[in-house]
Design a protein around this ligand. Structure first.
Ligand SMILES: Nc1nc2c(ncn2[C@@H]2O[C@H](COP(=O)(O)OP(=O)(O)OP(=O)(O)O)[C@@H](O)[C@H]2O)c(=O)[nH]1
Length: 184
């Protein structure tokens, strides 16, 4: 039921750049498209806890779409990224939300990131439309810029706010989660 020309997580919307900004605090304008998926971790202090994020950065290209369930299965949260300068990428995002609702873990936390907000002159997706949509599906919503480091850490903090599960689950069920939480 996906538009066959589109990817679930559109290519080029800035997924890898968001992860790279979060993990390494840097930005590469010439970053390559992701092949398959890449995995990164980052541990951050959250209140009196350490949160270790295990992040699968999935490829947006159509040919890798079938791999996606391997990565979201067992995940505590998913960040679905669109490009505020590309209306198409916002429509694709809605397909992703449907897919996650139907096939993802029942309690997965969904965050929507409208990336490239530094390019507001070329904006095609009004912030209010995206926010209203996110509210309607009870998702976290932020506009981000991996380039200018806007709201990147905030997305992950908000995910921490929403993902609360006991530490004992950590090494068992959530071994492959995007996010795990460790008590200090
Ligand atoms: N202006 C601007 N450009 C960005 C931003 N984030 C990413 N880009 C650029 O957009 C292009 C695609 O970025 P990627 O991070 O590779 O996008 P992706 O969604 O991971 O792409 P795939 O791996 O192919 O799915 C690159 O040229 C980035 O430099 C941003 O916040 N602002």
């Amino acid at each position: 039921y996906f538009d066959s020309r589109k990817t679930l997580l559109d290519t080029g919307v800035g997924k890898s750049s968001i992860v790279w900004r979060f993990v390494e605090d840097s930005f590469d304008p010439n970053i390559n498209p992701t092949i398959g998926a890449s995995f990164m971790t980052k541990t951050v202090q959250y209140q009196n806890e350490l949160h270790k994020f295990l992040i699968w950065d999935t490829a947006g290209q159509e040919r890798f779409r079938a791999l996606a369930p391997m990565y979201y299965r067992g995940s505590a949260a998913a960040i679905i990224v669109y490009d505020i300068t590309k209306e198409d990428s916002f429509q694709t995002l809605k397909n992703w939300v449907k897919e996650l609702r139907q096939h993802g873990p029942p309690n997965i936390v969904v965050a929507i990131a409208g990336n490239k907000c530094d390019l507001s002159d070329a904006r095609e997706v009004p912030e209010k439309d995206a926010k209203d949509y996110a509210d309607s599906i009870h998702a976290i919503f932020v506009e981000t810029s991996a380039k200018n480091a806007i709201n990147i850490n905030e997305v992950f903090v908000e995910i921490s706010d929403f993902t609360i599960f006991p530490a004992f689950l950590l090494t068992r069920k959530f071994e492959q989660s995007w996010i795990t939480r460790i008590k200090l």
